[in-house]
Design a protein around this ligand. Structure first.
Ligand code: HEM
Length: 451
């Protein structure tokens, strides 16, 4: 397929459409022997790397485990990619995520997984499959080939939640509904953002940054281990139900949660179904993303109507749609493609009764973009963490907004009283850190990184 002129044979499969597998392993490694690793990268890893076309054509039967790989900045240095070839012209990537802690308003690195503190991680291998066993056997066979050319620094296992919560993140909300598509590639489904290829894929139309030729058809991979305090989140909802005629207390709590996300647990957007969940709407991908937030008479200086959806809602903060003016895509180049997966077990009865997290669970967050400053970093720092976005008084994104550990004012959550302020003293999402990576094209692996 030559859709959008993209070389889908050459673009790694997780970037545009995701591996879409129920089990995933993120294997973070350091390179111990450059020459040995480079030859094994070509001989042993490259043949396993799954392209976009292979996933599209479902041509992955031979390999029961999908594999992708990405390198950090220090990883490129370890591969002897130096001089101009080393300059991908992306400052957050070059500095490493540990040096972005302030910009992201993480409360320091005390909550970080120790292995993410520093810049020792050279790369990550992503394994996706239907079963844990198949991942384990692919990993074991690869490790025996790689020997001590690399060392494992850390790994995180992700898995879809068991039925009936498959596809839902740990707070209970359906995820993976709204990702942008590339102009001319697939879709668009109604309401889906259509972006120039260069917003996600390096070196394509719309990516105007100067970079070495080998970087073409790659994409920056932002990885974040985001711990979710699920019993604490549920307690907050139970303690603060929206009080409206016709709503039970439980329905009032569900409404508060839905307004924090901007969608009900089924995925139904609150802007289309403001009072009650509508599972049929949530499941219908021709309707569940087909909205703009625009109300009759709305202008950019007149964003006052929060009766259906708060301006602070997670999906409105991270993709304001018509709030930034229509048509959406001529005004925003801040899009990411998300490909994360939950990690950790279901909430136990003990945790429910004590309203306290005892076992870590959360989201293995993965975002692809051609420019980390315009993509992930912008969404987190300039939108979610910015109390004045989209205008004064909005407050933080109640799901992911971070204030360096301080209390987070959030407004607009109560439809009966739009100026009611919720001051959140708990971060329901706690950053455990991560790293910035570059997921190169298959040909860059063959012709630049492994020679
Ligand atoms: C959408 C949850 C972290 C950006 C969503 C949705 C949910 C969700 C339930 C709606 C489903 C969908 O539209 O696909 C979470 C949780 C997080 C988290 C629980 C942390 C544990 C993040 C982070 C970012 C982000 C860190 C970026 C900085 C987005 C974007 C959308 C989205 C861009 C789609 C908005 C749209 O197109 O309408 N998230 N998210 N999320 N999230 Fe998150």
């Amino acid at each position: 397929s030559a859709a959008a002129g993209l070389n889908l044979n050459d673009i790694q499969g997780d970037i545009l459409i995701g591996m879409r597998k129920p089990v995933e392993l993120f294997f973070f490694f350091g390179i111990s022997n450059t020459a040995a690793f480079k030859s094994k990268l070509k001989r042993d890893i490259l043949p396993l790397v799954t392209s976009t076309l292979q996933i599209l054509n479902n041509d992955t039967a031979a390999a029961s485990t999908l594999v992708n790989i990405a390198f950090s900045h220090t990883g490129l240095v370890a591969l002897n990619v130096t001089g101009d070839a080393n300059n991908l012209n992306d400052p957050p990537f070059a500095a490493g995520q540990v040096n972005d802690v302030k910009n992201l308003s993480d409360p320091g690195t005390t909550n970080w997984v120790p292995q993410f503190v520093g810049t020792n991680i050279h790369g990550v291998i992503l394994f996706g499959s239907d079963t844990e066993d198949s991942i384990n056997s692919t990993l074991a066979s690869l490790q025996s080939k790689l020997g001590n050319s690399i060392s494992e620094i850390y790994s995180l296992r992700g898995a879809m939640r068991p039925p009936p919560n498959m596809g839902h993140e740990h707070f209970g909300f359906l995820d993976g509904i709204s990702n942008p598509t590339i102009n001319g590639f697939q879709g668009p489904k109604p309401g889906q953002a259509v972006v120039p290829a260069g917003e996600i894929i390096v070196g394509q139309h719309g990516d105007n940054v100067t970079r070495p030729a080998w970087a073409k058809d790659g994409s920056f991979l932002v990885f974040r281990q985001l711990k979710q305090l699920v019993p604490e989140f549920n307690k907050f909802l139970a303690d603060n139900p929206i009080v409206e005629p016709g709503l039970t207390q439980e329905q009032g709590s569900d409404l508060l949660g839905a307004r924090m996300v901007g969608r009900w647990k089924s995925g139904a957007p609150v802007v289309l179904s403001p009072m009650f969940d509508d599972p049929a709407l949530g499941a219908d991908d021709n309707r569940n993303n087909n909205f703009t937030f625009a109300e009759p008479g709305q202008t950019q200086s007149n964003l006052t109507d929060q009766s259906k959806c708060p301006l602070s809602a997670h999906i409105r903060k991270t993709r304001p749609r018509a709030d930034l003016g229509l048509p959406e895509n001529s005004t925003s180049f801040h899009h990411i493609v998300r490909a994360g997966i939950p990690y950790g077990p279901e909430v136990t009865p003990d945790e429910t009764s004590s309203n306290t997290t005892e076992i870590e669970r959360g989201l293995a967050f993965v975002a692809y973009q051609s420019n980390i400053m315009n993509g992930f970093q912008f969404l987190q720092e300039s939108w979610a963490n910015n109390q004045k976005f989209i205008q004064r008084g909005v407050g933080f994104d109640p799901i992911i907004g971070a204030a360096g550990g301080a209390e987070r004012p959030v407004n607009g959550l109560d439809p009966t009283d739009p100026v009611r302020n919720f001051t959140l003293s708990t971060d329901f999402v706690v950053s455990r850190g991560g790293e910035y990576f570059f997921a190169p094209s298959l040909s860059a692996i063959a012709h630049t990184l492994s020679v």
